[in-house]
Design a protein around this ligand. Structure first.
Ligand code: NAI
Length: 679
């Protein structure tokens, strides 16, 4: 007979075979996260169970959304002292130690996400069984928040699966599928959903020997191998995340290198290291970015739109990629372009991406089937729920198109343009219902850039803006509503920074020095290489558009390069030269400059900050948090600095303002502090 006891966040069922089933469901949240309260309750439950030990303990989720998403990040942001943080971590470690030391077999039964503290809990169980389904994801994403696993994860993972696989999970934060987890030994079984409970029951009644790593996996943790492997890991991390900006991955490697032979000591050191990191500025800023992202998600209420069919017009760089992405996310998509060969190119690109992302041939075929060529629009236009225009950036061509299609499309279809520079109102005025047009400004490359600017003109219907935001959530992108002003938000803030880099280069500062300085600040790519990658013709077009609106000069050097056909990476020549075959950058001959790195950095970054202040003053976005979010997700602005407005606040507004004034005295008006600095 089954006995059931219900707690606040847990439900304990003890069945006829004397197996204890611990169902977790946080009662105050839709996602299962491990709050201090939920952890304490688990602790009490385990203590009670150990007084009358069952045949086995199975931990599973009672929520459909997944197993456990991790520790409760909200609690991290409230930790101000190292002592508070250490106490929080100690508590979690103690609960998982108790779980690990239960006098009976224990199993984590995983369905859906199993991340961070959730995976650490699973690691403290003797067995792990996961549903073999694409929605199952196992990972340790802590480094993305500037911290590392703190509930014993750094201690338990390397001995289980060997250092290379363990480091790969902990240092990248990437989540893996159940099958991949089975392959590396992270889980014991990957089974279909219908067999999950039975697999757990059988494991409890007939417990097999716990998983042992392969010999080479075990050897990778040997004290003689560790110093050598640690060097390899550090080098790999350094290529992506400098230690000054992102200390967490280096701390993981240090812990393992120094203490992997003494688990007890390692656990204490893990706690001390985690407490230091979580209270450090990097982690606090990255946690802030996490919440900004959560806020952006809430801007799109999926219930507002049910997009079954999406129609994209223009199959070039952007339209093609938008269509490909929407079909990847499970929607039926028609792609219209008057050039057959362009559509053929889209299908080729789609196949490449789907193979990489979906892997299984049947899933690739299904995604390809969802992407339907539609040269004239006769299939999709009339039936689509969302129509996205992405033809040439030409106002007359776009206006003609909108006039033509308005009477064909469904009256309630969401009608959007991907224009990067034309005011929405200038396009909307040809429609009989101008209020229905909205901008869905995607960024290139669509598959990588999460942000979509939802551009609204003075007459755009508010509900349409909300619907457009909701649509971006359906395709797993992040919306930020912006006013239809030249450059919108992201390009307007990015462009002064890029142009200052071009001016520096034309003054003789080597491109590589400029890029290095920007990387040091924390930008993901140097501005000169970024300009080459975006395409110098596109940069020139955006810069000219902004120059006309804001009365700034476009550097002559940029015009010269474009006129000479040097368009950047795509033409093999730009500020840098590129290998025609693999697109790799060749190093320019080294030259020197007498402009200091500080000056280079200030000139580029302060122009960007000045523009951010102007955007806020003009209410291009609703508030400073959304501005930070937009700039981080749209440009990659140093996430560990928490966004431009957060950086201004932390660095001291008046100091930065003075620096701008000094640059303005030296170089002219382009550095004049915006009126917003004194608001
Ligand atoms: P593109 O030149 O690569 O592609 C435009 C495509 O539209 C071409 O394949 C062309 O055949 C097709 N086309 C033109 N007129 C058409 C019509 N009447 N009916 C059907 N197809 C037509 O252009 P790209 O770069 O994809 O840009 C498209 C839009 O996206 C522009 O408004 C641009 O400002 C915007 N955008 C571009 C970004 C970029 O990085 N390239 C970034 C964000 C927005």
């Amino acid at each position: 007979m089954t006995q059931t006891q219900t707690y606040q966040h847990w439900r304990l069922e003890r069945d006829g075979d004397d197996i204890a089933w611990l169902h977790f469901s946080r009662n105050d949240s839709s996602a299962n996260t491990l709050s201090s309260e939920a952890l304490s309750e688990l602790d009490n439950l385990l203590t009670d169970l150990s007084k009358q030990i069952p045949k086995g303990v199975v931990i599973l989720s009672a929520k459909k959304s997944g197993f456990i998403a991790g520790a409760d990040v909200k609690e991290f942001s409230s930790m101000k002292t190292i002592e508070d943080a250490a106490e929080f971590v100690r508590h979690g470690q103690a609960v998982f130690d108790r779980l690990e030391n239960m006098d009976c077999p224990t199993v984590a039964l995983i369905s859906g996400y199993c991340l961070g503290g959730g995976l650490e809990l699973a690691l403290a169980c003797r067995y792990r069984i996961a549903e073999d389904d694409p929605k199952t994801k196992l990972g340790l994403p802590e480094v993305l928040l500037g911290i590392h696993p703190g509930f014993g994860g750094t201690v338990r993972l390397p001995p289980l699966i060997g250092a290379p696989a363990a480091m790969n999970l902990m240092l990248t934060g990437h989540a893996i599928s159940a099958r991949a987890a089975k392959k590396i030994g992270l889980i014991d079984y990957a089974v279909p959903q219908r067999q999950l409970l039975e697999a757990a029951r059988r494991t409890m009644l007939n417990p097999p020997a716990p998983h042992k790593p392969k010999r080479w996996q075990a050897l990778s943790n040997h004290r003689l191998v560790r110093p050598w492997l640690a060097r390899v890991f550090r080098k790999k991390v350094a290529a992506k995340a400098p230690q000054d900006h992102y200390p967490a991955p280096y701390a993981i490697i240090d812990l393992w290198q120094k203490y992997a032979d003494t688990p007890g000591r390692m656990l204490r050191e893990e706690r001390a290291s985690e407490a230091r990191l979580v209270t450090d500025e990097t982690a606090q800023n990255l946690i802030r970015v996490f919440f900004l992202q959560e806020r952006m998600k809430t801007l799109g209420n999926k219930a507002l739109i049910d997009p079954k069919h999406i129609h994209v017009i223009g199959g070039g760089v952007m339209g093609g990629d938008i269509a490909i992405w929407c079909a990847l996310r499970g929607f039926n998509v028609t792609i219209q372009d008057h050039k057959h060969e362009t559509i053929a190119g889209v299908l080729k690109r789609a196949h490449r991406l789907y193979k990489k992302k979906l892997k299984l041939p049947r899933l690739v075929t299904a995604a390809m089937d969802r992407l339907i060529p539609d040269v004239t629009g006769s299939i999709g236009l009339a039936r689509a729920d969302v129509i996205i225009e992405a033809i040439f950036e030409d106002i007359d061509a776009k206006r003609t198109l909108f006039k033509e299609i308005e009477s064909v499309i469904k009256p309630d279809a969401l009608l959007a343009t991907n224009t990067s520079s034309i005011p929405i109102e200038d396009l909307a005025s040809v429609l009989s219902k101008p209020e229905r047009l909205v901008g869905l400004h995607f960024f290139n490359p669509v598959a990588k850039m999460q942000l979509v600017e939802i551009v609204h003109g003075p007459n755009t219907d508010k509900q349409i803006v909300e619907k457009a935001s909701a649509f971006t959530r359906h395709i797993d992108r992040l919306p930020v509503p912006v006013k239809s002003t030249p450059g919108f938000l992201v390009n307007r803030i990015l462009m002064p920074y890029l142009m200052e880099a071009v001016i520096l280069e034309s003054e003789g500062v080597p491109a590589s020095t400029i890029d290095k300085v920007a990387l040091k600040f924390g930008m993901p790519m140097g501005p000169i290489e970024l300009a080459d990658t975006v395409g110098l013709d596109i940069c020139l077009h955006v810069a000219e558009n902004l120059a006309a609106a804001y009365h700034v000069d476009v550097p002559e050097r940029l015009r010269q390069l474009v006129n000479a056909g040097n368009l950047g990476r795509k033409s093999g020549n730009g500020f840098y030269r590129y290998n025609k075959k693999n697109g790799k950058k060749k190093q320019n001959k080294s030259t020197s400059t007498n402009v200091s790195n500080d000056e280079i950095s200030n000139r580029m970054i302060l122009r960007m900050l000045n523009e951010a202040v102007a955007c806020l003053r003009e209410h291009v976005v609703e508030d400073d948090n959304l501005l930070d979010a937009g700039v981080i997700f749209g440009t990659g602005f140093a996430p560990f600095r928490g966004g431009p407005m957060n950086y201004i606040e932390k660095e001291n507004k008046s100091v930065l303002n003075e620096k701008l004034s000094a640059l303005s005295d030296k170089y002219g008006d382009r550095f004049s502090p915006d009126a917003g600095w004194s608001e």
